[in-house]
Design a protein. Structure first.
Length: 133
């Protein structure tokens, strides 16, 4: 009886360690391209079960030559993160006092889609994302 109890306790401890070691599939660095240029880098971290991270967006403008040149924004903290096992919902504060909502959906192994839902009379934007290696 006592030996069975010890075996059960050991199995529970091992299971807890394995559960803690298994990172969420959304955790990592995600990069997206749009029209052939880098559009976004989303870094998702998990600390004691709480998801957070940062977003960098690359402002692209046609400078008259037909090519797009991108300048990165400063990293913006992900706020209000909610993960349902498929979609990470979060917002960023753009520095101008405006909060912009996003969704990062896992679509396959190392693949995702960043969506800025339609807001403020602007249409939705969808950017294919890949987990950076």
């Amino acid at each position: 009886m006592r030996r069975t109890l010890h075996v059960c306790l050991m199995a529970m401890v091992v299971a807890l360690f394995l559960a803690k070691a298994a990172a969420s599939p959304i955790v990592g660095t995600w990069e997206g391209m749009w029209d052939g240029v880098k559009a976004a880098t989303i870094t998702v971290r998990e600390d004691e079960g709480i998801l957070g991270g940062s977003a960098i967006f690359y402002i692209t403008r046609d400078e008259g030559s037909g090519t797009h040149n991108g300048a990165p924004t400063p990293p913006m903290a992900l706020v209000g993160t909610q993960w349902d096992g498929q979609v990470l919902r979060f917002s960023v504060n753009n520095g101008g006092g405006k909060t912009i909502a996003f969704q990062l959906r896992v679509t396959g192994e190392g693949k995702g889609e960043l969506v800025r839902p339609a807001q403020d009379d602007k249409p939705a934007i969808r950017v294919p994302m890949v987990r950076a290696r």
